[in-house]
Ligand binder design. Structure first.
Ligand code: SAM
Length: 351
């Protein structure tokens, strides 16, 4: 029944999410690692992350960038600063830059289009955007300007939980699921994902989330533990949904590995990062264990340190004070020590 095949059912996914037997989990890690090797190989692709603005209009109950956090010192990078980070990413041998921000309408549509064009004209990089729920016309313009990929996590597939932790913007027309479909139609490589262990998230919900990854045939899937931020309603313990404690998914390191491994099994070709959130809860070897249990991507931060410390989604983020130079040296060493190698080129979805 609970065999580790590609066709995992809701029941078998839930079984594996609840599995705590070390010998059984070894089988899960081995299966995920074998599927990873077979479908995406031993390359670990590095994506240079540029956190271009920490302004956000949204009121997400989990996120330190939310407009409701008055303690965050806000910044927006200049075009020249962003281009300089992209040049540095290229010098480090990264094949992709990811421009991420809060949902910041101070990042005007045309300005982002010009920036994408400028990066593509000067550097042989894939460009990924992660700028929140922008409208389909903007997404289309950025795609025409040359953007290759877009990341938009759906955070949880439980509509009731989602509505409580991610209040809608007044006048909002499109859901995140609508936008994922639109991004696909526009020809982007599409990335999404969820947080693991959000208060109110059940094992059944998380199993559903993993099946959604398969249903949307996602190209990139980011899954990482929810890390409480005391400057947010969720982090202060204002629990959104009352559920049976037995059903609550823990936001543990072990649970993160289970979700990475199961995600690899249901989506063998996807690019799956070993996330910063995972490295934050295990600084010694969280990234490596993620890479050994299904992941094949790492997103080293190339944001200038003076801004990086202000992109405080949650406290205590890993590598916060490391320079981009130090980060790349450290990561490449860790990848080699695993017997893997750094992927060359843009490292898009293999089919
Ligand atoms: N504004 C864009 C968006 O919402 O897609 C991109 C930036 S947003 C900060 C990037 C991701 O950070 C979110 O999709 C969410 O999963 C993650 N995140 C936010 N708060 C978090 C927390 N407390 N713990 C773990 N991950 C968190």
């Amino acid at each position: 029944m609970n065999h580790l095949t590609k066709n995992l059912t809701l029941e078998s996914l839930e079984h594996w999410l609840r599995q705590d037997n070390a010998a059984e989990l070894e089988k899960l890690w081995a299966a995920a690692d074998a599927v990873r090797r077979e479908h995406v190989g031993d390359a670990v692709h590095l994506r240079g992350l540029i956190e271009i603005s920490n302004y956000c209009v949204r009121q997400c109950a989990y996120c330190g960038l939310a407009v409701t956090n008055p303690y965050l010192e806000r910044y927006r990078m200049t075009d020249e600063e962003i281009l300089e980070c992209a040049r540095q990413a290229h010098q480090f041998g990264y094949g992709t830059v990811v421009m991420q921000a809060g949902e910041d309408y101070g990042l005007e549509t045309d300005r982002i289009a010009r920036l994408v064009q400028a990066i593509k004209a000067e550097l042989p990089l894939a460009v990924t955007l992660s700028l929140g729920e922008r409208n389909p016309q903007e997404l289309a313009l950025w795609r025409t300007a040359g953007a290759d990929r877009y990341l938009l996590r759906f955070e949880t597939s439980d509509p009731e939980l989602y509505a409580m932790i991610h209040p809608p913007r007044p006048g909002q027309t499109y859901s995140r699921f609508d936008l994922l479909r639109i991004l696909r139609q526009l020809g982007y490589e599409v990335g999404s994902g969820v947080m693991i262990g959000i208060p109110g998230q059940t094992y059944r919900t998380l199993a559903h989330d993993i099946l959604k990854f398969e249903q949307f045939d996602l190209d990139m899937i980011g899954v990482g533990p929810y890390i409480p931020n005391p400057l947010t309603p969720l982090g202060r313990g204002e629990e959104p949904l009352c559920i049976d404690p037995e059903q609550q998914v823990p936001n543990s390191e072990l649970m993160a590995y289970k979700v990475i491994a199961l995600t690899r099994l249901v989506c063998p070709q996807a690019n799956i990062p070993s996330t910063t959130a995972l490295a934050t809860i295990n600084r010694d070897n969280g990234r490596e264990l993620g890479l050994s249990r299904g992941a094949n991507v790492v997103m080293p931060n190339v944001t200038p340190v003076k801004y990086r410390t202000r992109y405080e989604i949650y406290p205590g983020k890993a590598c916060l004070n490391e320079t981009a130079q130090a980060c790349q040296g450290c990561l490449k060493g860790r990848i080699r020590a695993l017997g893997r190698f750094v992927g060359q080129g843009p490292g898009g979805r293999v089919r």
